[in-house]
Design a protein around this ligand. Structure first.
Ligand SMILES: C[S@@+](CC[C@H](N)C(=O)[O-])C[C@H]1O[C@@H](n2cnc3c(N)ncnc32)[C@H](O)[C@@H]1O
Length: 249
């Protein structure tokens, strides 16, 4: 992982969401419980990308995590070529094992680092599921969310697609506060015990940097994405697809 190239797209390695520690080990089981529509969002993204991409597509998976999206996409499109990037060695190890078990090792390259560390460019699609909400959006100091969106645009060919799945909104008030309450109730409905819910709520309050949808759209436009469409929403999660305009870097 080089020190240069990723600008301010970093998140804290030792923060409340320690992907190289205990949280990373239990992440995927937790994700299936707490993310409404986790599986469906991957399926819908795949269905859209299958319509846009040919058989020889190159996909960059940012925040590859346990490899779930690579394996789900690769199982249906084994001729696609994938690059997965992630700053957590533990998550990359989990992804590598799963990719090998799925028989996809020959079509996947894993990179330890950030998007800016991926040497090759000209991807036909970039996916970014459950990553950007960890990054700060401090317009005066340089927004890490904006840097991530720009780094991903830099890796796409002109006309290539970005799929972004992220938490959004402002849960401190209004209807988003109601949706946050419903989200926490969903964890209970899905069997999470009060202690686990308390720990997860604490992690969220320390480690999630919320942005309303208007701000996400503003940053997508600033990074050069056009034809942005919200194709999925579940409580406070949203999924957008956009394409890199000719002028974007
Ligand atoms: C919540 S997991 C998501 C994994 C997978 N995409 C999913 O949806 O299940 C977030 C992953 O992003 C990685 N990550 C954190 N900051 C990142 C960044 N700035 N760029 C790329 N990946 C990052 C973490 O190490 C972790 O593996």
């Amino acid at each position: 992982m080089s020190a240069a190239g990723h600008g301010r797209e970093r998140s804290r390695d030792d923060g409340p969401f320690d992907f190289d520690g205990e949280y990373g080990q239990s992440y995927e089981a937790l994700a299936h419980t707490v993310i409404p529509g986790y599986e469906t969002a991957f399926e819908q993204a795949l269905a859209i990308l299958r319509g846009r991409l040919g058989t020889a597509a190159r996909i960059l998976v940012v925040g590859a995590g346990t490899g779930i999206e690579i394996v789900k996409f690769g199982a249906r499109q084994p001729e696609w070529r994938f690059t997965g990037v992630d700053p957590s060695r533990q998550m990359l190890d989990l992804a590598r094992q799963r990719i090998e078990e799925a028989g996809l090792a020959d079509v996947v390259r894993l990179v330890h680092g950030f998007t800016g560390d991926v040497e090759t460019g000209e991807f036909d699609a970039v996916t970014c599921f459950n990553v950007m909400h960890f990054l700060e959006d401090e317009p005066r100091g340089g927004s890490a969310k904006q840097a991530l969106l720009s780094q991903m645009a830099a890796k796409l060919r002109a006309g290539g697609s970005l799929v972004l799945f992220d938490l959004h909104g402002d849960p401190t008030g209004g209807v988003d506060a109601e949706m946050f309450g419903a989200w926490a109730d969903l964890w209970a409905l899905r069997g999470m015990d009060p202690d686990g819910a308390g720990r997860f709520r604490q992690r969220i309050s320390e480690g999630i940097h919320w942005a309303p949808e208007e701000r996400i759209r503003e940053m997508l436009a600033a990074a050069g994405y056009r034809r942005v469409h919200l194709f999925f929403r579940s409580l406070l999660y949203g999924a957008w697809i956009g394409e890199k305009g000719a002028a974007a870097t």
